[in-house]
Design a protein around this ligand. Structure first.
Ligand code: PHE
Length: 337
């Protein structure tokens, strides 16, 4: 019996060292301690043992059973521990690893030029006001000295929503809305989308952005206008930039001007960007027409005003050397970056 016991333990140890999971261990356990197992067989054998040795035999089988159970329990703990470790390895997180790279947004060039324009004029004491993208014809045209029969109304091909509503063709309607709400002196700027039925090409879009300025006070003259625009252009493009006022026509100003800045590309010598003129047109401006002042109830003998409308896309294209306006609206991430 003793020899047999040693052999059984040796075999069990041999078998157990190869075991890797609980299932295999269950099988081995059944083989030794199960109903049809080795221990049961040994117990059954007791009948063939001499009666006086049976007690000892029984004790030996029991101690063998204990030993076997200890070995199996130990192995069970070992397997459980290693499985837990495996699981932990799987869930392991390297808290020192670099974080995932976040893509952060960029300010679009249109917004950047708009914001910088606001900054320049608010530093000069102007207040920012908001206008309506959907306007009434009276604010967009009539009050701006552009009655129905006026040929200038044809120059701005317009998106009408119905008889009473249109997508504003310029930000100048903000002038009227502001003057109807506030008494002079007035110094406001406003910016946003404007719409015209323009064919889309490298320099035109059916939707674009304008930046409007209005200043109403006593004794306002063209000198004030030129100085404001010079400050704007030099802050936007550089301190040695020159501003040129060319007489032009807008129904709501008198005199009216188209305003050029000296070519950013060649410094005024003449190049392909400025078509060899040395100048680039960036905005429309003028002194507020007396009829416009009358339309909002201001006495033109008492108050004068200046107004200007800047093309934001134009400024952005010049400032950042963009030759095709469509780049600004394509939302190509590579361009925006
Ligand atoms: N509203 C004019 C345009 O869209 C620009 C302008 C604004 C001209 C203010 C004079 C004064 O072309």
């Amino acid at each position: 019996m003793i020899q047999e016991k040693d052999r059984i333990i040796r075999e069990l140890n041999d078998e157990i060292t190869k075991i890797k999971d609980i299932q295999e261990l269950q099988n081995v356990k059944a083989k030794y301690t199960g109903k049809k197992g080795i221990l049961t067989a040994l117990m059954k054998n007791i009948s063939s043992v001499e009666p006086e040795n049976r007690k000892n035999y029984g004790m030996e089988v029991n101690s063998l059973k204990e030993e076997i159970e200890n070995i199996i329990n130990e192995k069970t703990e070992e397997i459980k521990k290693s499985e837990k470790e495996k699981q932990e390895m799987k869930n392991w997180v390297d808290v020192t690893a670099d974080g995932a790279k976040k893509i952060s947004g960029r300010e679009h060039l249109i917004m950047k030029v708009m914001r910088e324009s606001f900054e320049i004029f608010t530093n000069l004491g102007f207040t920012v006001v908001e206008g309506n993208e959907i306007e009434e014809p009276w604010f967009n045209f009539d009050a701006l000295n552009t009655p129905k029969w006026h040929p200038a109304r044809d120059m701005q091909d317009t998106f009408y929503i119905d008889e009473e509503h249109l997508l504003r063709t310029h930000t100048s309607a903000v002038q009227i809305r502001t003057m109807m709400k506030h008494q002079p002196p007035i110094a406001v700027v406003s910016s946003g989308r404007t719409y015209r039925k323009d064919e889309i090409d490298a320099t035109h879009s059916a939707m674009f952005h304008q930046f409007e300025g209005l200043y109403i006070d006593k004794n306002v003259n063209v000198g004030h206008l030129k100085k404001f625009l010079e400050i704007y252009a030099q802050k936007m493009f550089g301190s040695n930039l020159k501003v040129l006022l060319r007489p032009s026509f807008f129904p709501f100003v008198e005199p009216g001007f188209e305003v050029d800045v000296s070519c950013i590309s060649c410094g005024g010598k003449g190049c392909s960007v400025c078509k060899n003129t040395g100048w680039i047109e960036v905005l429309g401006a003028g002194l507020v027409h007396p009829n416009v002042l009358r339309n909002v109830g201001f006495d033109p003998e008492k108050w004068q005003g200046l107004a200007f409308g800047i093309g934001i896309e134009r400024i952005a294209m010049l400032k950042y050397g963009i030759s095709n306006m469509r780049e600004l609206f394509k939302n190509d991430i590579r361009f925006i970056e």
